[in-house]
Design a protein around this ligand. Structure first.
Ligand code: TXE
Length: 482
């Protein structure tokens, strides 16, 4: 494959230093292609281009920008298969998942924000003879920093509303998954998006990401990634009073109440646990089950988990591919070891040397879906984010205890409750300290709803009106008749 290049001021360019890094296919552990290893100087060039383009882009009308989003959505949709193939190659996720989730949602993000904006009207308020008009203007140049688990899905989730609200962009995808961001750059270039409106700088987080967060001309940062990185981003951006949206890690609880119809929900629970090899910030990695149904639950759940088809991501029938890299596999396995040290029992899956995935390259980053039981809900394995195909099972004696266990971690991104009684589920959901709770479903997303976490899972919300608010500044103009 051709080397990937940065996209700055409407041109594809190498890093100023000429340095590169490799992006690797985690299923085969082979190099796919070279990617610029950019530095602060490349970010400086991208920011200058974005700043120069900001006035003209910000002066376009909302109607014109909606048309741009629609053009981008159409162009991506026409190449949905290419997007799915690139994403599967770069991440090791099954091609069927890349089609159904990554490619489809990347198109949907552009289309959604285009449609959402059509119905939008800024509010006016009248009182004692004066009328207040809320006027929105772009933030200016915004920095978008994204992770490797859902590469184009999460990048487009930020790019679409940022463009819509008239901002110009300096984006950095994860160094582990640069291919679809590059594809987006090629797409907007082919469509003739004005130079400097969208800029893409590849490279490592501490070099490129940090330079984006530090650059004084970048006025807003939307970041999705790990909590430790988010803390650094916040510490750097706060003294400059940048607008900041942080979508960080999670250790989400899946709560199964005693009336849950186990046979009906089992497929949903396996999906919530192991989609994308558990590498979705919303995956439920702690399953809390009422003690009266725990044994039956465990038996049915393990049986369903063992039905998952693992293997070559390119195989149409594969349901679970690799984790993102050999390094990440080692991290996930260190948690399986820790779980055993902390007194857990492996009910299925486990370390790859003991439970290898048959028929896959030995140096691919494959892991079996792993279920651990017998751990305390407060141990490290059950409270730290593993971000891999590992879940822990716990039992509770009462709803109060379940609430306490669900709220035990430092995280608060998402969760789910499974019950035959919707009102009971709704009441339980409101007691969970998280940004998102699903009742009897999971990853069921209406893009108009607020998305984000509490506690160490982040700051701010994105989605629908919340994204539009984040990517704009508001001026209230109060007019009184003379
Ligand atoms: O994420 P990083 P990593 C969690 C998950 C995972 C852990 C670490 O637990 O195991 O985070 O993953 C860029 N300034 N999530 O190390 O480093 C980086 O280049 C600015 C949850 O891969 O946070 C990438 O583009 N940017 C998560 C992006 O930040 C910096 C998804 C995210 O990478 C930077 C991924 C810096 N100093 C991991 N350092 C989710 N919430 O979905 C790195 N980056």
């Amino acid at each position: 494959m051709e080397p990937v290049r940065n996209y700055i001021n409407g041109a594809f360019v190498d890093a100023v230093s000429g340095q590169t890094l490799d992006t690797v296919n985690p299923a085969t552990n082979t190099v796919i292609t070279a990617v610029p290893r950019s530095q602060a100087v490349d970010v400086k060039h991208a920011t200058e281009a974005a700043k120069a383009a900001a006035t003209a882009w910000g002066a376009t009308t909302m109607v014109e920008r909606i048309a741009w989003l629609e053009r981008i959505a159409d162009a991506l949709e026409a190449e949905a298969e290419t997007i799915a193939q690139l994403e599967s190659l770069d991440t090791g996720k099954p091609i069927s998942l890349a089609r159904r989730v990554d490619a489809a949602r990347s198109v949907a993000n552009f289309r959604f924000f285009a449609d959402h904006a059509k119905g939008h009207q800024d509010p006016t308020f009248s009182d004692h003879g004066a009328v207040n008009h809320v006027h929105r203007s772009p933030v200016g140049v915004v920095g978008l920093i994204t992770p490797w688990n859902l590469p184009l899905y999460l990048l487009s989730w930020k790019v679409a509303p940022a463009l819509l609200m008239g901002n110009t962009i300096v984006a950095k995808p994860s160094e582990l998954t640069p291919l679809t961001a590059d594809f987006l750059a090629k797409t907007v270039h082919a469509l003739g998006l004005p130079a400097g409106v969208f800029n893409l700088v590849h490279g490592y987080g501490p070099e490129v990401g940090q330079a984006i967060v530090e650059h004084p001309d970048i006025r807003g940062i939307s970041f999705t990634g790990g909590t430790a990185t988010g803390r650094l981003v916040a510490a750097t951006a706060a003294p400059m009073f940048k607008k900041l949206s942080l979508e960080l890690g999670g250790k989400n609880a899946t709560v199964v109440l005693d009336d849950a119809p186990l046979d009906d929900i089992m497929e949903g629970l396996v999906r919530a646990s192991f989609t994308n090899s558990g590498q979705v910030c919303l995956c439920g990695s702690r399953i809390l089950v009422d003690e009266t149904i725990y044994d039956t639950f465990a038996e049915k759940f393990i049986a369903k988990v063992e039905e998952l088809r693992l293997g070559d991501p390119q195989d149409e029938a594969t349901q679970m591919g690799t984790v993102i890299s050999q390094d990440h596999k080692a991290k996930v396995e260190s948690y399986i070891r820790l779980g055993i040290e902390e007194g857990g029992t492996v009910l299925t899956g486990g370390l790859s040397e003991l439970a290898p995935v048959p028929g896959v390259p030995s140096d691919g980053a494959f892991l079996r879906p792993t279920v651990l039981a017998g751990l305390s809900a407060s141990c490290r394995t059950a409270t730290e984010e593993i971000f891999g195909p590992v879940v822990t099972l716990h039992s509770f004696a009462s709803e109060d205890e379940a609430v306490e266990m669900a709220n035990l971690t430092e995280y608060g991104l998402a969760g789910s409750v499974w019950t035959a009684d919707i009102e009971r589920g709704h009441a339980f959901a409101k007691r969970m300290e998280t940004g998102i709770v699903w009742v009897n479903t999971w990853l069921n997303r209406d893009l108009r709803t607020p998305f984000g976490g509490v506690k160490q899972s982040g700051v701010g919300r994105e989605g629908g009106d919340w994204s539009m608010a984040f990517f704009s500044e508001m001026t209230n103009v109060c007019i009184q008749q003379p």
